[in-house]
Write a protein that binds this ligand. Structure first.
Ligand code: PLP
Length: 421
């Protein structure tokens, strides 16, 4: 073992191979629209909207004013027991009204991984309450990403996120299902036994797994299997929720009606740490009867008032600026550009769904090296599993910027392969 490098900031990034990043970390100090600025003064186009979250763009003064106003009035008050705060109530109503699930209830928390915990605990708690004590297993798709808290780690379909925590998963009784083939899912459900399965969780479009839209009929197939076998169907819309696919939720786009939807990121576009779940009546009703138990889940900052105020303003901006329409039009531009680069022999495949694109490179090329080269030229893109370059800029992106970032991928390929297309 070599000696650990003791230089660098006190901040341990945790989601980084520290020896590889020390000495070359990029500190972002300012954001403006679709751009961020580093401590060295470099201006970078945010081609990933951070971690698929900065949907309305950076540095909006209107958001700062909302935060200041709310802080002056009430920074927050918790929502345990009898207590509520008015911003949390308003946000839940707004989300319920936008949601594809009628008559839903909404639980709020602080981010995507939180939402996974609250959703999967609720799925198990629900079946216990219904007297179906054996229904505890949670199924998730191969290549899935559901955040990195204990439950998200345990259902991860990206094996590297599940490894290293001992011989069993952090949370027991989880299993993976095929990510594209619905017949194989059916077989797996039969093998495990539907009476043991509490829930199936699925990202409508797999993000971190490499930007993988669902195979035709796959999500509807999952919904059917879930319905037939009394299994809760959970759509993880942490990336896709609030407009990324041109509808408020991808569930609308793909014609599914989940029992629970998890959300985060785009609910506030990152102006505050908010996540939550949308719960259909069949799941919340048993907790609202006289003899019902408490669903014991909550944190100090569930329904944080200032966070909620920022989420409300973010949703207002998406509506006021017609950003869902804009996403639909950006999807077309991105699809055209990706069709162009797909013809490059160095590119293995391209995928697009909503304003979410992936460029899978051939084995002789490295998404990691190309995205590093792109940053040098002022364009942020991100390498994903499967040698894929992620493109998911803010909804406020111009057509020219979409063309610019795809051209930057091509330039990155040229710079790192020493060839011209
Ligand atoms: N679920 C999905 C589909 C995600 O993409 C993510 C984050 O990228 C999460 C859950 C976890 O969200 P967070 O990082 O806010 O905890």
């Amino acid at each position: 073992m070599t000696a650990p490098d003791r230089t660098g900031p006190a901040l341990w990034s945790a989601q980084a191979h520290m020896p590889s990043v020390l000495g070359r970390q990029l500190t972002i100090t300012r954001g403006e629209g679709n751009y961020v600025f580093t401590s060295d003064g470099q201006r970078l186009f945010d081609g990933t909207a951070g971690l698929w979250h900065a949907n309305i763009g950076h540095g909006r003064a209107e958001m700062a004013e909302v935060a200041a106003e709310q802080m002056r009035t009430l920074e927050t008050y918790h929502v345990f027991g009898r207590y509520l705060n008015d911003r949390a109530v308003e946000l839940a109503e707004r989300v319920r009204d936008l949601s594809p699930v009628d008559d839903a209830k909404v639980i709020l928390n602080s981010g995507g991984s939180d939402s996974i915990d609250v959703a999967l605990k609720l799925a198990r708690r629900y079946w216990q309450l219904r007297g179906r004590h054996d229904k505890t297993v949670v199924l998730s798709r191969d290549l899935s990403y559901h955040g990195l808290h204990a439950f998200g780690t345990s259902v991860a379909g990206l094996d590297f996120n599940r490894e290293g925590y001992g011989t069993d998963a952090l949370v027991p009784e989880t299993a993976r299902i095929d990510t594209a083939d619905i017949e194989r899912v059916r077989q797996r459900v039969a093998e495990i036994g539907p009476d043991r399965i509490a829930a199936i969780i699925a990202e409508p479009i797999q993000g971190t797994g490499g930007v993988i839209p669902p195979a035709p009929g796959y999500l509807e197939g999952l919904q059917r299997i879930a319905d037939e076998h009394d299994i809760l169907f959970i759509a993880d819309e942490v990336i896709t929720g609030f407009g990324r696919t041109g509808t408020w939720f991808a569930s609308e786009r793909y014609g599914i009606r989940p029992d629970i939807i998890t959300m985060a990121k785009g609910i506030s576009s990152g102006y505050s740490a908010v996540g939550g779940i949308i719960v259909a009546p069949e799941v919340w009703e048993p907790f609202y009867t006289d003899d019902a138990p408490i669903y014991r889940h909550g944190t100090t900052y569930s329904g944080h008032a200032t966070s909620a105020a920022l989420a409300l303003k973010n949703l207002e901006i998406i509506e006021r600026e017609g950003l869902l329409d804009r996403v639909r039009s950006l999807e077309t531009v991105l699809a055209d550009e990706l069709a162009g680069i797909a013809a490059d022999p160095r590119v293995a495949a391209t995928r697009v769904a909503g304003f979410l694109g992936g460029i899978e490179l051939g084995p002789a090329h490295s998404a990691e090296r190309i995205t590093d080269a792109m940053v040098d030229e002022g364009w942020i893109a991100r390498p994903l599993r499967g040698n894929v370059v992620q493109i998911s800029p803010p909804f406020t992106t111009t057509d020219a910027e979409v063309r610019g970032i795809v051209a930057a991928v091509r330039a990155g390929l040229d710079a790192t392969s020493g060839a011209t297309a």
